[in-house]
Design a protein around this ligand. Structure first.
Ligand SMILES: Nc1ncnc2c1ncn2[C@@H]1O[C@H](COP(=O)(O)OP(=O)(O)O)[C@@H](O)[C@H]1O
Ligand SMILES: [Mg+2]
Length: 499
């Protein structure tokens, strides 16, 4: 919904207190100003540094503040104000930890209900005390839409078009590309990206806007751009999973949209450690030629209260702004462990962050393809596995004989060795129960051994190295059996089993 329209509806419907979550104070203030003007209300804004500012275009505003009213005085002023007033309190969430403030706000909500008066709070993060949950309406302020961005670009162009050193006569196509690349940035961020672009390239370039996004990705500390350096050819075995992924690629096209197919949501890969789950995640990015963001769930949980939810929202918005893209969440269970067991006592932060994420997964319309991996299913919240979250859940088991051949070949070839020289079928037979990671380790170990002895690698080196290693599956036999039993009922196999 258009934010102006939403604000107007809330004011007209006499909602007493509205909490707007955004970094974009200026845009909110401008929107409130426009709506107030239209509805003929007097808008006052308050901040701790500026105090209460009377309406801009009124000389005798109904509210006459003293010098610098603090938060309690600000609320009192709202309380005493006549009808047809609108208040905007900036950064007020900080004060909402104080029980007196909370009490006053509850009283205010009662008083304002049914009156033609609205109190707006704007803050970059949502931090609403439980007591106020029923009295306060939360509104998300959307990022500038395509029209807003286009307007902003045109303004930037108009401001500098007489400067002979700059080249800003953009074609329609160039403008469209700029608008698309700037989506998901705040108005301020767009402004700095455009300014920086003018300084550095003498024109407005998409690359500069992408640079700005990379900056933001870095600043979040939660997301990182992941280069697509491995393809599905680097993955041995897992034929069914690869086939599924290849078929899904088509669902990203416009033709699929026209056919009535929704964007793919994502895939969850769970299974035995070291069998290529993370590897496949990385390979999808190259296979689909889409940028990939990796989310560090552990880092979502910031140290400050309330920051975690804001972090998660920020990560989601950045991922969406880069769509179509892939969002990789490795070892999902680590971030959301114990979610449903009730073992975690962080006053519900994990639960709230998790539910923000789940809701997004359920409702997202932007083409952000989620690839999540998990090694341990016992701690995974069951809500995650429900239909509609992922398109499919795959179980990645230890490689069978043929898959092990494949994996040996891939890793020998990667180290510039001709696989035909090393009796790969023998090696595959000797390594029953070894994971892909362990097979890679055998190849690397054997290479080191041969190098130490100053000769070329031989089959014996590889075979000897295999015997010297104890695969994890031997020590973890029980865990793996449990995982298999679990997966049999809930997940799709990622490979055709032949042995
Ligand atoms: N199926 C496979 N094909 C090729 N290499 C593999 C395979 N499985 C594991 N490996 C090797 O082991 C490394 C670690 O595997 P990884 O994908 O991190 O396992 P997981 O995420 O399932 O624990 C990979 O980077 C890759 O080099
Ligand atoms: Mg992994």
């Amino acid at each position: 919904m258009d934010p102006l329209h939403e604000i107007e509806v809330l004011m007209r419907a006499k909602y007493p207190i509205v909490y707007i979550v955004t970094w974009e104070e200026r845009r909110v203030e401008e929107a409130l100003r426009q709506v107030s003007q239209k509805l003929q209300r007097n808008l006052h804004s308050w901040s701790v540094t500026q105090g209460m500012k009377p309406p801009v275009n009124r000389t005798t505003g109904p509210v006459k503040p003293t010098s610098l009213p603090g938060e309690l005085e600000a609320l009192a002023l709202v309380h005493e104000a006549p009808e047809y007033t609108v208040f905007l309190l900036k950064d007020f969430h900080v004060y909402m930890k104080d029980s007196r403030v909370v009490r006053l706000m509850r009283d205010l909500a009662n008083r304002l209900r049914g009156r033609t008066q609205t109190l707006f709070i704007v803050s970059p993060n949502l931090n609403l005390p439980l007591e106020l949950e029923k009295d306060v309406t939360v509104m998300e302020f959307p990022f500038p839409g395509p029209e807003d961005i286009e307007k902003q670009i045109q303004e930037a162009v108009a401001a500098v078009k007489d400067n002979p050193n700059l080249k800003v006569d953009l074609s329609a196509k160039q403008t469209e590309m700029l608008v698309r690349s700037a989506q998901g940035l705040t108005a301020d961020e767009i402004e700095s990206a455009l300014a920086r672009s003018l300084v550095e390239t003498k024109t407005l370039s998409v690359e500069q806007i992408i640079e700005e996004k990379k900056q933001i990705v870095r600043k979040t500390g939660i997301l990182q751009f992941y280069p697509a350096d491995q393809g599905l050819n680097d993955v041995g075995g897992l034929d069914l999973l690869k086939e599924w992924l290849n078929r899904r690629e088509k669902s990203f096209t416009d033709a699929a949209r026209e056919f009535g197919i929704p964007y793919p949501k994502g895939v969850l890969l769970l299974g035995v450690q070291g069998c290529g789950k993370s590897l496949v995640a990385k390979a999808i990015s190259a296979a689909y030629s889409l940028p990939m963001l990796k989310m560090d769930v552990g880092r979502v949980f910031g140290s400050l209260v309330g920051q975690s939810e804001e972090n998660m929202r920020k990560a989601i918005r950045i991922a969406e702004s880069l769509a179509p893209c892939i969002l990789w969440i490795d070892e999902l269970e680590k971030g959301f462990a114990g979610m449903s067991g009730g073992g975690v006592s962080d006053s519900g932060t994990t639960a709230r962050v998790f539910s923000t994420f789940l809701t997004w997964m359920q409702d997202k319309t932007k083409p952000v393809f989620i690839v999540a991996t998990a090694n341990d299913v016992s701690t995974l919240p069951p809500e995650l596995l429900r239909k509609g979250r992922f398109d499919e859940i795959f179980f990645v088991d230890l490689p069978d004989l043929d898959e092990r051949k494949d994996i040996f070949k891939i890793h020998l070839a990667k180290r510039k060795r001709d696989p035909r020289k090393f009796k790969v079928p023998e090696l595959a037979k000797e390594t029953d129960g070894y994971s892909g990671a362990e097979i890679e380790q055998i190849v690397v170990g054997a290479l080191n051994h041969a190098f130490d002895e100053g000769r070329e690698l031989s089959y014996q080196d590889l075979s000897g190295e295999a015997k010297a290693q104890v695969p994890l599956s031997r020590t973890m036999a029980e865990d793996i059996a449990a995982l298999r039993a679990w997966a049999k009922l809930r997940a799709r196999p990622s490979a055709t089993r032949k042995d």
